[in-house]
Structure formats: C-alpha cells, structure tokens
Design a binder for this molecule. Sequence first.
Ligand SMILES: *Cc1c(COP(=O)(O)O)cnc(C)c1O
Length: 230
Amino acid sequence: MAVATGLQERIEAVRASVACAAERAGRGADAVTLVAVTKTVDRSVVDEAYALGLRHFAENRVQAAAAKFARPLPPEATLHLVGQLQTNKVRPATTLFSIVESVDRASLVDALEKEGARAGRVMPILLQINVAGERQKAGCSPDAAPTLLAHALSCPHLAVRGLMTIAPLVDDPEETRHVFRGLRELRDRLMRHDGRVELGILSMGMSNDFHVAIEEGATHVRIGRAVFAG
Ligand SMILES: *Cc1c(COP(=O)(O)O)cnc(C)c1O
C-alpha cells in the first residue's frame, strides 16, 4: 500500500475527500473553500503549500502570525484569524488578516469598528458561535447571536460574512453532526429574521470532521493536521 507522506500528496488527499463530501451533499467541490491552518508550521512550509496551489491560510494567534507573515502573502492569498482576539491586539490583527473568524462578543465588535473607522477600512468578520455550549470554548451562545449580529450590522466598518464554529473533539465525527447542523439552522434563522443580511459563509469542520461539516453545509473548512502533519 502506498502511504502518502509528502505535502503535495496530503493536499491532494484532502482535496479529494472535500470533493467527495461535497458530492455526497449534492454540491460542487468548488462550493467548499479549503482554509489551511498553518499554526504548527513555519513560513517555508506555507510557501510550499502556496506553490502547490493553496490560497487560503489561517492562524490562531496574532503575534505568531505577525512574525510568520512579516513578509506578506501574495495578494491573491487570504489569511484568516481563527483564534481568540484580545481587544488590545485588534490593530495588528486588522492589518495582518483578511478576515476575523472569531468575533464572539460586543466589546470586540466595538474595538474592531473603532479601528476600522480610524484606518478607514471595512473589516470582514464571522461571528463565532459556541453551538455545543462547551464551557471552556470561545464563542457567542446561539441565543445571544441575534443581538450580537444586530450590533455588528450596525457598524459601518464591519462586514459580517457568516458564522464560524468549533465542534467538540470526539472520537466519532458523526457525534458532531448536530453541531454543524445547528450552525446552519442558526444561520438560516438569522437570515429569515432579517431578509437583508447575507450570511454566506459557514466556517466549520477541521481535520477530523470536515466531511461531516461539508455534508451539513460548510462553505469553509479549516484544516491543519490533515495537510501539515506529515
Ligand atoms: C488548529 C485549528 C484548526 C485546525 O485543526 P486540525 O485539527 O489541525 O485540522 C481549525 N480551527 C481552529 C480554530 C484551530 O485552532
């Protein structure tokens, strides 16, 4: 049996699984964006992944990302912040990242809006939702989401693009299906509630469970280990 060990082979394997899951869900493979989470690898590996065709990258810490991406990515690449953001790091975060996926509280909305106004820039964001209600995890509760969304929509320097969630880590990814379905249903409710809001992005699914997330409607999957752990 051939064992895939190289970065190129792992990227191809992940792409194939993404395409399969999308097909099972009756969606095209291009309906799902592969976001490579690069927090465990250094810049040379990111550049290698870029050379192999990946265009979307994510980090979970502002300071580590600032060092890694001191030399910016090519303009067609995007860099996503997927970890908790402290309000005192909002300025470096908004200059470095293309989108902040982890907006989970009003104080962070306010800080991002203030910085956007100062810099004269509109920052794309996702609202991070703690669907499973895990106590130790970041994210706004589903019940509080309508209020947080209304608050973010009132900010002229923020563009709310959708929702993000992190599912509990479990052995059987099927156990997380209700979490992903919950995020999609919340998105649908929020859009019904306010017909003008377009929450096109559902960022959900990681290495262990992305196929389930895609079946439940993920538009963006955040993959670290499956691509980079060789
Ligand atoms: C690390 C990380 C990922 C990627 O996780 P893997 O299990 O390595 O695929 C996705 N999302 C967030 C928020 C992360 O911190």
